[in-house]
Design a binder for this molecule. Structure first.
Ligand code: FE
Ligand code: CA
Length: 517
C-alpha cells in the first residue's frame, strides 16, 4: 500500500465515510487513488470531445458524485450549462447552452456544439449544481473544400486496466494532434483478478450497472482524462466493450441464446455510448448502435470508421489460431454485414480526397504463422473471412489510385505492411498500406527484441514491421506522404515510463510505396 500524507488520509477518510461503498474488494491493492480523482466533486470522470466536423464537435461529460457505485446522482434530471470559447481564458465565448443530464443515460452529457469555424482550436467547460468542470480543448475539422496541408492523428486501442498504467496517454496528451482514433477494447469486461498492477471493480460485467461502474473505473484514470481533454477523439468499439470475441448476436462460446446475448449487448452499447463523445446518430436503440461513419479532413483525408463486430457472421474453423478450413473461404461470410459493405464501397468510390483511411479493429493483411509444419491463421481476424476481405479489396482497387491506408488494433502488437492483390504472390499489386497500433496497456510490459514473432515476417513478405511494446501510433498526413511513428514505452506495470519512437515509416501516396523513414 502506498503511504499517504496526513491531508490525504483525512480527505480519504472523509470520502469513504461519505460513500458507504466498500464491497469485497476494499482493502485490496488500490484500484483508484481517491485523493487524485476526487479533485472535482461532480465531474469526476473528466471531459471529452469527439467526432469533429468543420462546424461542430461533440462535447461530453458525465455527472458522477460516486462514480464507482452507479454515479450517486439519484433519479432526478440535472441542468448542465456548457460553453465553448475561442480562447483558453473564455473571453471569446462562441456558443453556449443548457442541456439536461438524465438518469436514463447515467447523467451523461452529449452536446453537439455548432456555429464553429473550421480547423481551429476551441476550449469548453461545463457547470452544474454550482460546480465547474475541468476545461477541455478541442479542434474542428477543416472545411470540406480546404486544401489542408497537414493532419496529425494518434491511433490507440486496448487499455486493459489491470495490465498496466496509461502512461502512453500522458505522453499522447503532450503531442500535437488533430484527432485521436480509438479502435476498441476501451474497457475489458473481465472479472477482477488479484496480483496485477491494478484491479477491476467487479465480477465479469453483465448488467448495465456493472458496465457503467467499469467505465467509471477506467475513466477515473488521470492520464486517460488528460488525453481526452487535449484533443477530440473518434472511437469504435471492438469485442471487450461487450464480451471477448463475440460475433453479432453470438456470444464467445455460443452457449447463450442470441435473444439473451442481445440484451447484454444492448446494455454494453448503452454504457459505451454514455461514456464517449458520440453524436446523437450513434445513440443505441436496443441492441443496435450506428458506429460506422465518415469523418472528413478537407481535401486531404476521408476517414471511414468501421464496425467489425455487430454485423459479422460467426468465427469459423477453430475460432482462433488454427488451420484455415473451408468455412473461412465461404462467400456468404461477412465481417461488415452487407449494408456496411455497400456503404463503404460508396464512400470509397465517391471519394476525391488525397487519402482514404479505414479505421477499424482487426488486422486486415494476411498474418500466417507456422505451427508443427502447418500454416495457421487467426479466424477472428480478416484472415478468417477471406471472401469478405476479397470483396473489400476489390472495392478499394476500383478506386484505381494511391493513398489508401488501413489503421487497426486488437492484437496488442504493432505491425506495418502492404495490402496486396494476392498475398500469396509478392509480385502482385500493392494497393495500400496497413498500420496496426499496439495496445495502451493490454498484455503488460510486452517485449522488444529482434525476433520476428513466430517467424511471421519471413512467412508473410508483405509485412514490414513487428514490435511487442505498448504505446500508440502517431500519423502525420500530408498531400503526398503519410508518416507513421510507433511511439513505445519500456514498461507499463509501473507508472512513469519515458516514451520513444521505435520505428518510423513513410508511404508515398501516388505509388503506395512503404519505406522505413
Ligand atoms: Fe485488446
Ligand atoms: Ca479485441
Amino acid at each position: 500500500m502506498q503511504s499517504w500524507t496526513r491531508r490525504g488520509v483525512l480527505q480519504r477518510s472523509a470520502m469513504m465515510s461519505a460513500l458507504p461503498l466498500l464491497g469485497p474488494l476494499a482493502g485490496c491493492a488500490t484500484t483508484v487513488d481517491p485523493i487524485k480523482t476526487s479533485a472535482n466533486p461532480l465531474f469526476t470522470l473528466g471531459v471529452a470531445s469527439g467526432d469533429p466536423w468543420p462546424d461542430s464537435v461533440v462535447l461530453w461529460t458525465r455527472l458522477a458524485r460516486d462514480p464507482l457505485h452507479g454515479g450517486g446522482m439519484g433519479d432526478a434530471p440535472v441542468a448542465v450549462r456548457w460553453e465553448i470559447a475561442a480562447d483558453e481564458g473564455f473571453q471569446r465565448i462562441v456558443n453556449k447552452g443548457m442541456v439536461t443530464a438524465r438518469a436514463e443515460t447515467a447523467h451523461s452529457v452529449h452536446v453537439e456544439a455548432g456555429s464553429l469555424e473550421p480547423h481551429r482550436w476551441y476550449w469548453y467547460r461545463f457547470n452544474a449544481l454550482g460546480i465547474e468542470s475541468a476545461v477541455g480543448r478541442t479542434r474542428t475539422a477543416p472545411a470540406l473544400d480546404a486544401s489542408t496541408d497537414r493532419v496529425r492523428l494518434a491511433l490507440a486501442c486496448c487499455q486493459h486496466y489491470e495490465h498496466g498504467h496509461y502512461t502512453a496517454y500522458r505522453h499522447m496528451a503532450a503531442e500535437e494532434l488533430d484527432l485521436v482514433l480509438h479502435v476498441g477494447d476501451y474497457i475489458y469486461e473481465n472479472k477482477a483478478r488479484e496480483g496485477r498492477p491494478r484491479l477491476h471493480n467487479s465480477r465479469e460485467t453483465k448488467t448495465l450497472a456493472e458496465y457503467r461502474n467499469r467505465y467509471a473505473l477506467y475513466k477515473l484514470d488521470p492520464d486517460l482524462q488528460a488525453a481526452h481533454a487535449a484533443f477530440p477523439w473518434a472511437a469504435v468499439p471492438d469485442d471487450h466493450e461487450v464480451e471477448n470475441d463475440y460475433a453479432n448476436d453470438i456470444e464467445e462460446h455460443g452457449r447463450q441464446a442470441p435473444q439473451e446475448f442481445l440484451k447484454r449487448r444492448a446494455v454494453a452499447y448503452q454504457a459505451y455510448y454514455e461514456h464517449l463523445p458520440f453524436r446523437r446518430a450513434s445513440r443505441p436503440v436496443g441492441p443496435a448502435m450506428r458506429l460506422h461513419r465518415p469523418l472528413r479532413f478537407g481535401r486531404l483525408a476521408s476517414i471511414n470508421l468501421l464496425d467489425t463486430r455487430q454485423y459479422r457472421t460467426d468465427q469459423q474453423c477453430s475460432g482462433g489460431w488454427g488451420p484455415r478450413c473451408a468455412a473461412a473461404l465461404d462467400p456468404a461470410a461477412t465481417m461488415l454485414g452487407r449494408e456496411q459493405e455497400r456503404w463503404l464501397d460508396t464512400m470509397l468510390n465517391g471519394s476525391a480526397t488525397r487519402w482514404d483511411v479505414l479505421v477499424q479493429q482487426l488486422p486486415i493483411f494476411e498474418r500466417a504463422r507456422m505451427r508443427d509444419g502447418q500454416l495457421e491463421h487467426n479466424m477472428d481476424k480478416w484472415d478468417g473471412y477471406t471472401a469478405a476481405r476479397q470483396r473489400l479489396f476489390e472495392s478499394i482497387q476500383r478506386r484505381d489510385r494511391g493513398g489508401m491506408v488501413v489503421l487497426s488494433g486488437d492484437v496488442h502488437e504493432a505491425w506495418a505492411g502492404r495490402l496486396k492483390a494476392d498475398f500469396a504472390d509478392p509480385k502482385s499489386a500493392t494497393f495500400g498500406t496497413e498500420f496496426v497500433g499496439t495496445s495502451i496497456s493490454s498484455g503488460g510490459n510486452g517485449f522488444d527484441g529482434k525476433k520476428s514473432r513466430d517467424g511471421m515476417l519471413d512467412i508473410n513478405p508483405h509485412l514490414a514491421f513487428y514490435n511487442g511494446r505498448r504505446g500508440y501510433a502517431r500519423c502525420d498526413i500530408t498531400a503526398d506522404a503519410w508518416r507513421t511513428d510507433y511511439r513505445v514505452l519500456p514498461y507499463v506495470k509501473e507508472p512513469g515510463a519515458p516514451i520513444s519512437t521505435r520505428a518510423s515509416f513513410v508511404v508515398d501516396r501516388e505509388s503506395n510505396r512503404l519505406e522505413t523513414a
